[in-house]
Design a protein around this ligand. Structure first.
Ligand code: GAL
Length: 940
């Protein structure tokens, strides 16, 4: 039933929405990524000295240095976001091993944009999805945000600071990447997406929709709360309509409610929808529903926000572990950091999709984004792919600034069906103390205020049995490397669910099958555990054998830069991954695949079969398979056979002879399938294998291309370590190269990369509005080249904020009291006088009173790219006669007293100048600097 809306008096509405109703329903989310200016290094403004500078610098809008509106950034580098400058830098042994020996430092970004006059009255929000690590943001010289986490989004209301029309707005961001929050590579810069979101003054708040289905017996209820905010000038009534669309886009539920929101206030609308028999969200079939919230008044649609959700239940049981939709599911999890080869932490969504697909192929069903919030689009992917997520907060601290980081995470992520568990911390020394317990209790309470449907955990690495410890404050006990305590904890706390939140930490170098500690190489037979961890197989056995342990999270699914354990320089990235930095599988990938994949045959014979010089000597052969028995054939001749332990797999010693080594998987004597490794000859030809053959020409889509070498017979050469050069032609660019060698110091940007144990990766990205063939060519001396053509297909790129050029408007004018006689052009307010001379911005118009003369003074800086003697000083309108002086030199005059423009050439000179404009009024007429004063580049 449609509820009748009761609107406030029409006059109030009309006044409130006079300017915005024409724009009703035009929420715009524009990408703010092209055309930023970047400076590596800090820009320290001069220390304020003297009264004028101190007084002026203390005022809103007058930020100094590179935050200043008129800062000269003409020499800065132009680039597009997302950007990680860390990965562009060299490897340096004096830098921090934990951060991958990459210099971090401080950097500045600036971006110019216009706000059209039609934006006046709307609400404009600047969204920076993540900046590594500490950042401050200014808009038009006003500081608008400070954030002390490299993993949290900043949603900044910039409405009040905007200038509309010809005036250019400037955003300045200072990024301090010397600040570290982690012991892994964290990147540096504005490395996730950036947006400008324009909405009606009365709008749905960012992350303001909460729609998380609840099963009630046989029925499903969808409680929806929607936070509505207003920057309007008067209270407003509107109506909120929520519709639910099923995975096929059919409307399946609808409800409405009136909303009232005060001026500059917020309110929450609550609705409840009932659903019968929705399609459940499962790991095999992750059905997603769209919840669409529309805010309307009688003028039409004000705003609209869509979120996706899924119908599923989650439950942790103390005896039987995790249940999804009442089905027990062991968490076959991995922990991962967020960097990828070639691109650092600025990982395109399509590369994330590739990483998550690789994990899914490995049999992973749960991901822990360690130890921080992932990008929003990564959780969308997890929803779509059917992956469970342990969503982790970075900083353990319930003080207001930090608690806000946690509540931001929960508000942003609480609609995702993939998210099953909140984690408030990882391995905190205070975990077994009264202080730690009290801190945790407050953080858990903050989560529960926002979401009661998911349990909270904390990843503890000790202190489980302390008198007061954090397991007492959370729902699910989280254990990092505490396999020894699984049984004891369960016995001591038989009603508390538990999971391994981190385990394994074993080392492998991809494609290497002999450890050589001198060369920082560790073999891939899963026999190199860390001192605190266990092999992949041992760690999984401890979990698999205990139904009360909900599951585990292997450290790690994919390698990451930094923490190059157990080595240091020259090793620069980790050895822990089941895949390398490019997400190329290591042996652990196949071992876990054999553990976890149940619905198809997994069979992988290891190692490669290129052991020239080892003829007749035994080579250790491991077969990773979920088949019960395996037979090995060398050139068709049986050399070994044996039963497979479902966790340890099976290993043999096979005397080496070049040829074809084949593993035959068997069940009850019947063959299930075969896998082969063959001895190759010398590399003869390169092979490029793109993950996909097409790309969307939207400026975002990126494809990883695997580079390998084959011999004259087309057999892969797994030992090739050859230099490869890449060339790309067409509508795209190479955005990074890698090869997964943790000891490599080769550049990750550019067009060269060596194969490492037979493989390298080149990542290509389509250009915005690109279309047509993208030709990638790989060459290596003495080898036949490889060429692949990718098809860039026309796509609608996301709406983007046009790039504006800097615009020097001369502002901050002082206006002398009126004088009878022509003043000296050097006339200035006396030291410390903040009151006798007026303050102003054009239009500065004086009435026709006597006496007739006034001086208008302003200081300004001239950008280097306008200080060539050809720039123009343009007075759009001066009323009265006028003389214009600059630094004791007369630049020109206006002899006609009638209001009109004046354009003068600005001679080359110092960057900082002071203008004096002597204006003489005409009896009976207004006078003054009426129009704006701007500095235009030559040729404008
Ligand atoms: C854990 C920690 C991880 C990583 C790992 C290496 O203690 O939580 O971040 O450092 O050790 O084994």
């Amino acid at each position: 039933m449609r509820k009748t809306l009761r609107f406030l008096a029409a006059t109030v509405l009309a006044a409130t929405f006079a300017s915005s109703s024409a724009l009703a329903g035009t929420r715009e989310r524009q990408s703010l990524e092209a055309g930023w200016l970047f400076h590596l290094g800090d820009v320290v403004p001069p220390l304020a000295k003297g009264h004028g500078m101190s007084y002026g610098g203390a005022k809103a809008g007058n930020a100094g240095g590179a935050a200043a509106t008129d800062y000269d950034d003409s020499g800065w580098r132009r680039l597009d976001l997302p950007h990680d400058w860390g990965v562009e830098g060299p490897f340096d042994p004096s830098e921090n091993a934990s951060q991958g020996y990459r210099p971090r430092g401080i950097g500045w970004y600036r971006r110019y944009f216009n706000a059209p006059p039609s934006d006046r009255g709307r609400h404009v929000e600047l969204q920076l999805d993540a900046v590594a690590t500490h950042s401050q943001v200014w808009v038009n010289g006003i500081v608008v945000n400070r954030n002390w986490s490299g993993y949290n989004g900043r949603n900044i209301d910039i409405t009040p600071y905007l200038r509309y029309g010809e005036d250019v707005n400037v955003i300045a961001v200072r990024v301090d990447a010397d600040a570290q929050e982690g012991w892994w590579y964290e990147g540096a810069g504005i490395y996730r997406h950036s947006w400008l979101v324009k909405r009606d003054a009365v709008h749905i708040a960012t992350d303001g929709v909460h729609a998380d289905p609840v099963r009630k017996g046989d029925r499903w209820i969808l409680p929806v709360t929607v936070a509505v905010e207003s920057s309007a000038k008067a209270a407003h009534r509107a109506e909120l309509e929520v519709t639910v669309l099923d995975p096929a886009g059919r409307q399946v539920a609808k409800a409405r409610t009136p909303v009232q929101v005060g001026a500059l206030d917020a309110s929450t609308a609550r609705l409840e929808l009932t659903m019968s028999k929705p399609t459940l969200w499962t790991l095999q079939r992750p059905a997603l529903y769209r919840v669409s919230s529309v805010l309307r008044d009688e003028s039409g649609e004000l705003d609209r926000a869509d979120v996706q959700t899924g119908f599923r239940t989650v439950r942790f049981d103390a005896d039987r572990g995790f249940f999804l939709n009442d089905e027990p599911i062991k968490l076959q999890g991995v922990a991962i950091h967020q960097d990828h080869a070639g691109v650092g932490v600025a990982v395109p969504e399509s590369i994330w999709a590739f990483r998550l697909r690789q994990l899914k192929a490995m049999g992973v069903n749960a991901v822990r984004f360690a130890h921080n919030a992932p990008a929003a689009e990564v959780l969308d992917l997890a929803d779509r792919l059917g992956l469970l997520v342990m969503d982790e907060n970075r900083n353990f601290n319930p003080s207001p600034d930090y608690l806000q980081q946690l509540t931001w995470l929960v508000r942003r992520d609480r609609n995702h069906p993939s998210v099953i568990l909140w984690s408030i911390f990882n391995e905190e020394p205070l975990q077994s103390s009264e202080v730690g317990y009290e801190m945790a209790r407050r953080m858990v309470a903050a989560v529960k205020k926002l979401d009661t449907s998911r349990p909270v955990t904390a990843a503890m690495h000790d202190g489980l049995f302390g008198d007061v410890n954090v397991t007492q404050a959370v729902d699910v006990a989280g254990l990092n490397y505490q396999a020894w305590a699984y049984d004891r904890f369960h016995q001591a706390h038989p009603t508390q669910p538990m999971t391994s939140t981190e385990d394994t930490s074993a080392y492998m170098t991809r494609g290497a099958f002999e450890s050589d500690r001198e060369r920082h190489v560790l073999d891939s037979y899963d026999d190199e555990p860390s001192d605190w961890g266990a092999t992949h197989r041992k760690a999984w056995r401890a979990i698999a054998e205990r139904p009360f342990v909900a599951g585990g999270f292997v450290w790690t699914g994919i390698d990451y830069r930094g923490e190059p354990t157990p080595f240091e320089w020259p090793s620069a990235s980790s050895f822990f991954g089941a895949m390398d930095l490019c997400a190329f599988p290591k042996s652990a990938f196949w071992i876990h695949q054999a553990h976890w994949v149940k619905d198809r045959l997994v069979l992988k014979v290891l190692p490669h079969w290129n052991w020239a010089g080892r003829e007749g000597r035994p080579i250790r052969v491991m077969v990773a398979t979920n088949a019960p028995r395996v037979r090995l054939l060398l050139d068709g001749r049986q050399v070994a056979q044996g039963d497979v332990d479902p966790i340890d797999m099976v290993t043999f010693q096979v005397p080496y002879a070049p040829g074809r080594l084949e593993a035959v998987a068997l069940r009850d004597g019947a063959e299930l399938g075969r896998d082969v490794v063959a001895t190759s000859g010398a590399a003869a030809r390169l092979v490029l294998a793109p993950d996909r053959g097409t790309l969307a020409g939207d400026g975002l889509d990126a494809v990883p291309v695997t580079v390998s070498a084959v011999d004259a017979q087309g057999r892969p050469v797994p030992t090739a370590n050859l230099p490869v050069h890449f060339e790309l032609q067409g509508p795209g660019a190479i955005i990074g190269v890698g090869n997964g060698d943790p000891n490599s110091h080769e550049a990750e940007k550019g067009s060269e990369r060596r194969l490492f144990n037979g493989l390298a990766q080149v990542i290509v990205q389509a250009r915005r509005a690109g279309q047509g063939g993208l030709t990638l060519r790989a060459t290596s001396p003495g080898l036949q080249e490889s060429v692949v053509v990718l098809d860039v297909q026309a796509a609608v790129p996301p709406a983007a904020v046009p790039v504006a050029e800097p615009f020097t408007k001369i502002g901050g004018w002082r206006i002398s009291p009126p004088q009878v006689d022509r003043p000296d052009p050097g006339t200035a307010p006396s030291y410390g006088d903040m009151n006798t001379w007026g303050w102003g911005e054009p239009p500065m118009k004086q009435g026709p009173e006597a006496p007739p003369w006034r001086v208008y003074r302003a200081s300004f800086s001239v950008r280097a790219d306008r200080n060539d003697g050809r720039g123009h000083l343009v007075f759009r309108e001066i009323a009265g006669r006028a003389e214009v002086w600059c630094e004791g030199v007369k630049l020109g005059e206006k002899t006609d007293p009638a209001p009109g423009p004046l354009t003068l050439q600005l001679p080359q000179g110092p960057a900082w100048r002071t203008l004096s404009v002597l204006v003489q009024s005409q009896p009976g007429h207004d006078s003054g600097v009426v129009g704006r004063v701007v500095l235009e580049a030559a040729g404008k």
